[in-house]
Design a binder for this molecule. Structure first.
Ligand code: PEP
Ligand code: MG
Length: 328
């Protein structure tokens, strides 16, 4: 643990017994792109593209989006940028949006995009075009669908992507058509049916922030119930375990991009649950890597098995603390 940050950044992100876990960055703004290099991120695991719209207070057109996405792809090369399609709604509301009684259960993410092709299509076009601007990177961009709750939503979005590709081809516009399409696993229904969602997805990204709020029925932004918002709740961990198992049975990778991924205390647990990559704000990646490099897969798996058997989040927390003390 004496290594400096720069030394850690230069080291491979793998366990002590050589199991690679990809550490990627969550980004929201172009100002963060240089941090990918500073903190040695293996690309962007989550680009919250809606933040661009929210800070401007309005929608960006295709060309404005293309310029930002192209810069993101260039900053991440030779790794990929995972562009999450606009996840508006919930607590991320544009000024012109209607007020809703239960915004987190309301018109959000993919639900808005499927109702509003005039927002969905320019974004897909901008991403596919930006992916082509990257030169030699094999897989410069991936598309991530937010707030999925049904198989139909995935099928309809994939159909829209195919149509956009056909349009770009027809018009002779430079683009990449071989883009991977994955989904956010952040609604319990999706985790519970992960085997079926794995058949229509190229990868999973577990959004533990929303998954926790929906599994425990605790609003993630309400301070009256903040103490009840527990991402270490064994029910949440069970859904993560089930999601990973279903994904790996179909050969697709799983990442965690919620706040849990940024917490080095939780790193051994997520690795032990079999997660293939962690995506967090760049500044946390070196801390997470230090812990990752100090553990073996056997230890991590054993910890995960024991965590799943605990009765509540406090007991899981104690188990993680005890583990860290014993391994330092
Ligand atoms: C999540 O829900 O865990 C997630 C990463 O998405 P967001 O925090 O943007 O809702
Ligand atoms: Mg979310």
């Amino acid at each position: 643990l004496e290594a400096t940050r720069d030394e850690v950044v230069a080291e491979p992100s793998e366990t002590a017994d050589g199991h690679h876990v990809s550490l990627q960055a969550n980004v929201e703004f172009p100002q963060e792109f240089p941090l990918l290099h500073t903190f040695g991120a293996e690309g962007v695991g989550l680009f919250r593209t809606e933040m661009l719209f929210l800070t401007q207070g309005r929608a960006l057109d295709e060309e404005q989006q293309f310029e930002v996405y192209r810069d993101a792809v260039a900053a991440a090369a030779p790794h990929a940028v995972t562009f999450r399609l606009l996840d508006l709604g919930g607590d991320k509301v544009l000024p012109m949006a209607r007020r809703e009684a239960n915004p987190f259960l309301g018109w959000r993410g993919l639900r808005i995009l499927l109702d509003k092709p005039e927002i969905l299509r320019p974004q897909i076009r901008a991403i596919l075009r930006a992916a082509a601007a990257s030169g030699e990177t094999d897989a410069p961009a991936r598309l991530l669908l937010p707030m999925v709750s049904s198989l139909d939503e995935v099928r309809l979005t994939r159909a829209a992507i195919r149509e956009v590709i056909a349009e770009l081809e027809e018009a002779g516009v430079e683009h990449r058509s071989d883009i991977q399409v994955g989904i956010m696993v952040e609604v319990p229904a999706v985790a519970l049916m992960a085997d079926r969602f794995a058949r229509v997805s190229d990868f999973f990204s577990i959004g533990t922030n929303d998954l926790t709020q929906f599994t425990l029925a605790v609003d993630r932004g309400n301070d009256l119930v903040a103490g009840r918002y527990r991402e270490l709740h064994p029910a949440v961990l069970g859904l993560i375990a089930q999601t990973v198992e279903a994904a790996h049975a179909r050969g697709i990778p799983v990442s965690v991009c919620g706040e849990m991924a940024a917490d080095p205390r939780i790193t051994p647990l997520l690795v032990g649950l079999g997660v293939d990559s962690l995506s967090a704000s760049p500044a946390y990646l070196s801390l997470v890597k230090r812990v990752l490099r100090a553990l073996t897969m056997d230890e991590a798996r054993d910890l995960a098995t024991r965590a799943l058997r605990q009765p509540d989040a406090d007991a899981v927390g104690r188990l993680l603390d005890y583990w860290l003390v014993c391994h330092n």
